[in-house]
Every structure is written in C-alpha cells, then in structure tokens.
Design a protein around this ligand. Structure first.
Ligand code: SF4
Ligand code: SF4
Length: 439
C-alpha cells in the first residue's frame, strides 16, 4: 500500500472540521504543509494537550506529511501564549533532524486565528481568494490531531480514539481519550455528570459548535473536539434557539446599520467582499438575498462579539447562504485590499471569551487525559465528507480494536471505519455499527 492508501484504510479524516478525508487532501502537491495548532475555539484544550504530550511525534508527522505533498517545509502554527507547547516543540526540534524541515510560527491570540484562511495569511503572508481553497496559494493545512492520527495510520494503526474536551457545568471538566462511537451521554457520566438540572449541550467549541439536546443520541466521532454543558438560560443557548421569525422582527426594528458586524468580520479583514450588515438589511426586507453571505464561514464574531444590539447576523448569514445554494447561485467574487488597520480590528481571544460569558469555564491544559473505557460503542459508517463506508461485518461477529468494520470502494471519497473496542457486533442499523465489549 502507498501512503495515501494507508491513510484511507487507516480512517484518517480532518479532525478539526468537517471530516475531509486526508488521503484526498494530500493527493495534490503544495509548497507548504501547515499544521493548525491554534485550537481556534475558546475553551477547547485537546490539541494543546497533544502538542505538549507528543511534541516529537507531531514534528515527525509534520515532516512526513510534507514529504507526501512534496512541500519545501512544514510549519507548525500555534498561539503565542501556548508557552508549555512552544517549549516542548522547540526542545524536541533540537533533537531531531527532519527532511523536509519543520519550524514553528507563532500566531496572535485572537479569534478565529485557527480559521484556515486567517492562519495561512499569518504564516505565509498569502491570502486565499474568496471562495477558493488553501491549495490555490500553495498550502495544505492539517490539524494537530489529524497529523498525529496520520503518523499512526502510516505505521498501520487505524483511528479508534478521539481526544475530547469536556467543559462547562460538569463535575470534572478536562480532556478525555474516548473510543470512537462512545455515547456523549455516557461521556458526561464519566466526567462526573452535569452539576445543574436544566442544561443544553454544545458539540464542539462555544463559538461554532451546534446546540444539542441532552436527550439526543449523540456519539463521539472522529471530528468531535469538545462537549460543553451550558445552562439553558446561557447567552449562547438563547442565540442558538431564537426562532428565525423573531430574528427577522428584531433585525427590522433594532438593526441600526452601524456595520460593526462587517468591520470586525475576520473574512472582511482579509479583503473578502463580505458584508453582514447588508445581509441583515436584505433579510429584514424579506424579499431578496445578499450574495456575499456565501463567503461566511460562520465564526460568530459578528453575532456574539461585534453587534452592539445583540442581533443575529451569523444565523442570518447561514440562512441566506442556504437559500442561495438551493437557488443554485454561484456568484464570483474578487479579492479587495484589506481594510486599513485590519490587524488592530481582530478580536482578542480573552475578550471574546468574556463577551460570551464563558470565561468561568476556562480550564488549564491538564497533564494527563482521562482514558474512557467503553462497555458499548455506536460507530457511524459516515464520519466524513463523501459517501458512507460499506459495512464489512455482520451481527454476531467478534471484533478486535482496530479491525475494519466499514470499507470504502476504491476511489470513493471517504475513509474506512474501525472497531474502537474489542467485542461483539450487536447490530448494524441506520448506518451505525453497535459493538458491545467482551465480558
Ligand atoms: S452590528 Fe448589529 S446593529 Fe450594527 S449593522 Fe450589524 S447587525 Fe445591525
Ligand atoms: S459569522 Fe459573521 S463574522 Fe464570521 S465570517 Fe460570517 S459574517 Fe463574518
């Protein structure tokens, strides 16, 4: 098997986002391989933990992935206040001789510097044109957890675990090492359980993670980096649960068209022609769409940090973007000069955390991650962009951790899926393989 086949059969997909299969991403050559160590979302600590715990492995992974895409060097990008991680990586760098070479790039502590376009701009000075991908300017970006998973897969060890930050109103917040497919409900129990009665879950980070009901049957997947437990009355929950008709009424009556949402939008600061204040105006009028909503990456700065009136420009952007897509619109955009003093308009991470009333949930990076042992896992055959894997086990089969349970057809977009515990396949239903641990 070549390297790309090993990555596909090892189940490596982007761990920091939508689950894009890594073998596909590395199929094209690039000048730079960037490792995204920004841990973009506030409160999440898993990547910081991994950089601190496995610095040599991360450096080797970065160099190895850079060689696959014929990059001249690999750059590990991490925030300038990640002092223990910077020390660990710098120390490890001195003991290794790597080709292609690896170096560190320190990012400002602003949100969302982990957005791949903001990170790429900071590390290389290049700007990805609106609507394009990092490959268009010679870069490939891979997250910390993905790079470490890739190194293991290249050694024949598939992805069966995910490091997940559990934070918020829970007894033992921390970083947990969790078998893929473990129910979120049981993960909360292992974290001591919620300490309040009326709560909601956010799956991912506080700025971009979707809201989930505590009763929903969610499981840990290869792309889940965090679980937050928040009071039902929390400002993030109220924003997410506001009905769109109410958002429209508020936009009509309260939006003062101050354009702060546009002025502080991170993509606008890069020179992308995106104007959330115009989207708000179009939404309030109810009869037209604002094409620039297509450029929104839904970071939440406009809604949770910028707007002085507490309105919902991010949700309006999401709604208009969906409407534009279903209307088949494919507008073309031109990159503009970035606004003057753009770097001074970036949002400091600490102020973002305070603005969303979540500073009280910030925890230090732990020295160890808590291992979760699972009596049962429910593993989706689709945890990635593309088509689902086809099951290659049946009810009653005994499996070992790491055995392939879902296989991709040759050339199809996706990645194989593996048993994350030893046990017996109980059933395969609705694209989910349920495995019970051996007694
Ligand atoms: S910041 Fe708020 S009030 Fe100002 S234009 Fe944007 S949505 Fe309207
Ligand atoms: S969510 Fe708001 S701030 Fe973020 S990219 Fe979209 S419009 Fe810009």
């Amino acid at each position: 098997m070549n390297d790309l086949d090993l990555l596909r059969s090892g189940g490596v997909v982007g761990g920091g986002g939508a689950g894009f299969p890594l073998w596909k991403k590395l199929s094209a050559p690039a000048e730079y391989l960037l490792i995204n160590g920004a841990e973009c979302e506030p409160l999440l600590k898993s990547d910081q933990y991994l950089m601190q715990r496995y610095p040599s492995e991360l450096l080797k992974a970065a160099s190895r992935l850079a060689s696959i895409i014929h990059a001249s060097e690999a750059i590990i990008c991490l925030k300038d206040h990640y002092i223990p991680q910077i020390h660990a990586l710098t120390e490890a760098l001195q003991t290794l001789s790597l080709t292609p070479s690896v170096r560190l790039h320190l990012l400002p502590t602003v949100y969302p510097i982990g957005d791949e376009q903001a990170l790429l701009h900071s590390a290389t000075g290049r700007t990805v044109p609106p609507g394009a991908l990092p490959g268009s300017v010679g870069c490939t970006i891979v997250s910390v957890s993905t790079a470490l998973n890739a190194l293991r897969a290249l050694e024949g060890k598939p992805v069966t675990r995910r490091f997940v930050t559990v934070a918020g109103e829970v007894k033992h917040p921390g970083v947990y090492c969790v078998p893929i497919g473990f129910p979120v409900r049981l993960l909360l129990e292992q974290a001591g359980g919620p300490v309040i009665q009326d709560y909601r879950l956010i799956l991912g980070g506080p700025m971009m993670g979707p809201l989930a009901s505590p009763d929903a049957e969610n499981v840990v997947t290869r792309t889940l980096g965090g679980v937050l437990v928040l009071p039902a009355s929390h400002t993030l929950v109220r924003h997410a649960e506001l009905p769109m008709e109410q958002a429209r009424t508020r936009a009509k009556s309260v939006c003062i068209q101050c354009r702060t949402c546009t002025d502080l939008c991170p993509r606008h600061l890069l020179g992308h022609p995106i104007y959330p204040h115009l989207t708000m105006r179009a939404f309030a009028s109810g009869n037209r769409l604002e094409a620039s909503a297509m450029l929104c990456m839904e970071c939440g700065i406009c809604e949770l940090y910028a707007c002085p009136m507490g309105l919902n420009p991010r949700r309006v952007q999401q709604q208009q973007k969906a409407a534009l897509r279903s209307a088949g619109e494919k507008p073309v955009f031109q990159l503009k000069d970035p606004p003057a003093l753009a770097e001074y308009l970036q949002a400091p991470s600490g102020r973002v955390l305070a603005r969303i009333q979540a500073a009280c949930y910030d925890i230090p990076v732990p020295d160890t991650a808590t291992e979760v042992s699972a009596p049962l896992v429910c593993i989706p055959l689709k945890q990635h962009i593309g088509v689902p894997a086809s099951p290659c086990v049946a009810a009653g089969d005994r499996v070992q951790r790491g055995d392939t349970i879902g296989r991709m057809a040759d050339g199809a977009l996706g990645a194989d899926v593996h048993a994350s515990i030893c046990g017996t396949v109980v059933k395969i239903e609705n694209g989910i393989v349920v495995i019970c641990a051996q007694p």
